[in-house]
Design a protein around this ligand. Structure first.
Ligand code: GDP
Ligand code: IMO
Ligand code: MG
Length: 430
């Protein structure tokens, strides 16, 4: 059955957007299933650069139909701006081409204020969230106090529900966090304006996608964030509040079991993380600087949306094997191999040492990695510029050896390798 799921296997920013764009060439529907505008997915096509936050990256391919599932939390102002920006860049967006699940929850200004207040109150223990209201919006959902897109279809009730919601969060803002309350009627007026523009896009995406799959159409599900940021399976509590792992695609789009065919795990050729939390292979100093870049290139390791410098380190195969298991990854898409060109030697973490014991799997997931020292294997680097490579044979022997060694240590195949940010800068390994 033709459902392909793209997930990040690390802490996000693996380069999912560029591979979703590429794979969307073969898809009829492209569907985002989790997260919100905490995501930043970059797609380069010729002279154009698209930075997508809520709309699936596959929308850049002109023949696709875009879907945003119930698992996503939507800030309506961001969504409407994104729609307009895409239209201005020549991408067609209309209610015929973009479908929003009626069951997706809203992010409101009250959620944004709460995210800021909660992060400030955490002090040194802060998560380093994107301050986009993600945690508070999912909290409203789970505590059964959220606002859903379907609520926007009944203006009178929606107005009352928004005012109740703001008053409720105002109590937390003022009493718990000693911050300013929001003006409830103003928030509801703004959201009512948004509702008029968003209403035509609201539909039942479960029906839409299930019908499409039964008719043999290809659906590409796009995960935001990454496995190690998953609420259940990530480096808790330094995680996001959604399910970026493959099973999240089914829940977050309203699909039953059994349609899935491929689970494509997007993995950067080294490790990066933005925000707080464990990172066993983290590097400092010159090596870190080389992996991160200075910010002069668009692909240097600074947050797409927030501009924060990303923490960087060597590829961690203990965590990658874990991600492959949690997602049922069937094949890997490796990104940014070009960034490793010019290193004399490249390290990969094959296991951890803990109190004289050597382990290759995590006993209790990745949350508490304190005391785990990486065990590294050293591989020879390559000096050649690989950005023009398009076939396996074009890659230098040491780059091929790097990929083959990863495959050997994780037990699945690397099917795609990217050697630059452009759509065509890809080597498909057959
Ligand atoms: P996502 O959140 O997983 O979609 O990834 P981001 O878009 O946040 O970050 C990936 C960054 O790396 C973007 O700037 C991409 O254009 C860039 N990128 C992706 N693949 C490659 C690659 O193979 N080489 C280089 N140099 N840049 C890449
Ligand atoms: P894409 O889809 C990288 C991180 C934040 C923070 C933690 C919680 O572009 O890969 P949140 O705002 O979600 O409550 O923050 O998760 N984070 C991401 N890091 N890429 C992302 O998305 C991220 N989305 C959230 O930095 O550490
Ligand atoms: Mg990103």
């Amino acid at each position: 059955m033709p459902l392909d799921i793209v997930v990040g296997t690390q802490w996000g920013d693996e380069g999912k957007g560029r591979f979703v764009d590429l794979l969307a060439a073969e898809a009829d529907y492209v569907a985002r299933f989790n997260g919100g505008d905490n995501a930043g997915h970059t797609v380069h096509v010729g002279p154009q650069t698209f930075k997508l936050q809520l709309i699936p990256s596959g929308i850049v391919q002109p023949h696709t139909i875009g879907v945003i599932g119930n698992g996503v939390v939507i800030n309506p102002t961001i969504l409407l701006t994104e729609i307009q920006t895409l239209i201005d860049s020549g991408i067609q967006i209309s209610p015929k081409r973009l479908h929003l699940s009626f069951a997706a929850h809203l992010i409101t200004p009250a959620h944004l204020a709460l995210d800021r207040a909660q992060e400030a109150a955490r002090g040194n223990a802060k998560i380093g969230t994107t301050l986009r209201g993600i945690g508070p919006a999912y909290t409203s959902k789970v505590s059964r106090q959220g606002l859903r897109l379907v609520d926007m279809l009944n203006m009178e009730r929606f107005k009352l529900a928004v005012e109740d919601h703001v008053k409720n969060i105002n109590r937390q803002l003022t009493k718990l966090y000693q911050t300013e309350p929001l003006d409830a009627p103003r928030v509801s007026d703004d959201l009512l304006q948004n509702a008029i523009q968003i209403a035509p896009y609201i539909s039942d995406v479960s029906i839409l996608l299930t019908k499409a799959l039964r008719q043999g159409c290809r659906v590409l599900a796009e995960g935001a964030q990454g496995t190690l940021l998953d609420l259940d399976h990530g480096t808790y509590p330094f995680v996001t509040s959604s399910t970026p792992t493959a099973a999240g695609a089914l829940i977050g789009l309203g699909l039953g079991l059994g349609y899935e065919e491929r689970v494509i795990g997007v993995t950067k050729a080294f490790q990066t993380r933005v925000g707080s939390g464990p990172f066993p292979t983290e590097l400092e100093g010159d090596l870190a600087q080389r992996l991160r870049g200075t910010g002069e290139h668009p692909w240097d390791e600074f947050g797409t949306i927030t501009g924060r410098p990303r923490r960087v380190g060597w590829l961690d195969l203990v965590l990658l094997r874990y991600a492959i298991r949690i997602n049922g990854v069937t094949e890997l898409a490796l990104t940014k191999l070009d960034i490793l060109s010019g290193f004399e030697k490249i390290l990969i973490c094959t296991g951890y040492r803990n109190n004289e014991h050597e382990i290759t799997n995590l006993p209790y997931g990745p949350s508490d990695l304190s005391g785990f020292e990486p065990i590294y294997e050293e591989l020879p680097g390559w000096q050649e510029d690989i950005r023009t490579a398009r076939h396996w044979e074009n890659l230098p022997p040491n780059a091929r050896a790097y990929i083959l060694r990863i495959e050997e240590l994780i037990g699945i195949q690397v099917r795609l390798v990217s050697v630059g940010p452009e759509r065509e800068q890809v080597v498909e390994i057959i």
